[in-house]
Design a protein around this ligand. Structure first.
Ligand code: NAD
Length: 422
């Protein structure tokens, strides 16, 4: 393709779960896309057509490369001359506080390449005020331009749900906002070409709060069912059947299920961005988040305690017992083990002297710091206990039920005399 024939130039900063998926979609709809990531190894893999993001297939990546409209790079100079730049870098916590150094760095890099008329969109999850109070000044300082006057600036939270076969980047409605009307139009205009439906809101702060509201809602409700599961177990009541029954109510109830804890880049982190804002700006706690953090963070310990008691009933010490974890990723049908509760459970059991084995068909051996097994009938038979941590569809649950002598099932996938639900 000749340079004259090229479409609008889009730069996506950060080529991880969110940024790579967006870059692929932008190529698909006809943009000329630079995927900038400061991680050289990642860029090399991308350039070789090797995708490390499960929801982006190697075929999609290779097609994008072959189109000549996708350029992965770690050279910041390639961000030059963009029409639209989207920031998709991590927003972690450091000592429980928001760490926005990646966003700051991304904004600094873009500021050096910002031209009048261009649009910058932040997609990373963050606290209300980040776009206007943190990103705008960095862009203005580095470019000598004024946000809202010379260039457009907005925020649009990403809602993708890795591994979800129904809802994807295109079909999930996209909340969009700008710091002024022209910016709102520019952000909406861009995403109208990417997704099926955009949902404009009146300010970037509202859009930022929307994402945190969604994830806090989920975090708190998971904590609620986790706490109920723990006391229902002590009371000898089957919480799963109660949840199924409650789910028949056609209004006013939303189904959440207990589990071994929360993991990944969102639930253990995002709600704390909101509680930080409340404490920082208003000097008071956001009690729901603090309670939910406490309950969910304790779930891996609770699972370990339950297993220790079960082994005790069998007359077996934890030390030397073989424990097989089914699933290590924090989420079903994905390979993402970032802050996964399974990792904490495995580490705690190993510390107690258990012989820990892990089966996770989605994960590569180099990312699993334990003995990785298939699991075969023999792996299951030889385990003193099996824990269903992540209920990947790829597991043969019938094989598990048939060959494992004892299963602690944190996901309610199995039933039988040898199965103990959470
Ligand atoms: N993963 C999800 O399912 C999901 C869903 C919705 C929202 N989010 C949010 O989206 C944001 C990105 O998350 P992710 O999961 O894609 O992260 P990720 O860790 O998968 O990818 C981020 C990428 O950004 C790169 N990076 C970091 N700083 C950079 C910089 N200054 N310049 C260029 N590249 C840089 C990293 O090398 C990495 O490749 C976060 O705020 C996250 O909370 C994630």
């Amino acid at each position: 393709m000749t340079p004259e024939a090229r479409g609008p130039r889009v730069v996506v900063v950060g080529q991880g779960y969110v940024g790579l998926a967006l870059a692929m979609r932008a190529v698909e709809v006809g943009f000329d896309v630079v995927g900038f990531d400061r991680d050289e190894d990642r860029v090399k893999r991308l350039a070789a057509g090797d995708s490390y993001v499960e929801d982006v297939s190697a075929a999609t990546l290779q097609q994008a490369l072959a189109s000549g409209r996708y350029e992965p790079t770690h050279d910041a100079a390639r961000c030059e001359g963009f029409d639209v730049a989207v920031i998709d870098v991590p927003t972690p916590l450091s000592d429980g506080n928001p760490n926005l150094t990646h966003v700051e760095e991304a904004a600094r890099i873009l500021s050096g390449h910002l031209r009048p008329g261009a649009t910058v969109i932040l997609e990373s999850t963050t606290y209300p005020g980040t776009t206007e109070e943190l990103v705008a000044p960095i862009l203005e300082e580095g470019s000598g331009l004024t946000a809202g006057v010379d260039f457009h600036l907005g925020y649009s939270p990403e809602r993708i749900d890795p591994g979800n076969p129904t809802w994807n980047l295109v079909t999930i409605p996209k909340v969009v906002a700008g710091i002024d009307e022209a910016s709102s139009d520019a952000v909406r205009g861009f995403f109208d070409q990417i997704v099926d439906q955009t949902v404009p809101v009146a300010s970037t702060k509202i859009a930022e709060l929307t994402k945190l509201l969604e994830n806090t809602f989920r975090h708190v409700n998971i904590a609620l069912v986790n706490e109920i599961a723990m006391f229902a177990g002590d009371l000898g009541i089957d919480v799963w059947e109660a949840i199924d029954a409650a789910s028949t109510k056609p209004f006013g109830f939303m189904r959440f299920t207990p589990g071994p804890g929360v993991g990944g880049h969102c639930l253990p982190i995002d709600p704390s961005y909101l509680s930080w804002t409340v404490r920082h700006s208003l000097g008071r706690p956001f009690r729901f988040v603090e309670l939910a953090n406490d309950v969910n963070a304790n779930m891996p310990d609770y699972v370990v305690r339950r297993l220790v008691h079960a082994l005790n009933r069998m007359g077996k010490p934890v030390q030397g017992s073989r424990v097989l974890l089914l699933g290590l990723a924090y989420k079903r049908n994905t390979a993402d083990a970032r802050t996964a509760p399974g990792m904490i459970i495995a580490e705690n059991l190993a510390e107690l002297g258990a012989d820990v084995r892990v089966a996770d068909p989605h994960m590569r051996a180099e990312h699993v710091p334990f003995v990785l097994v298939e699991p075969t009938a023999r792996d299951l038979t030889e385990a003193d206990a099996v824990i269903v941590v992540t209920d990947h569809d790829a597991f043969d649950y019938e094989l598990v039920r048939e060959h494992a002598s004892f299963v602690l099932d944190t996901r309610n996938r199995l039933a039988g005399p040898n199965i103990e639900p959470l």
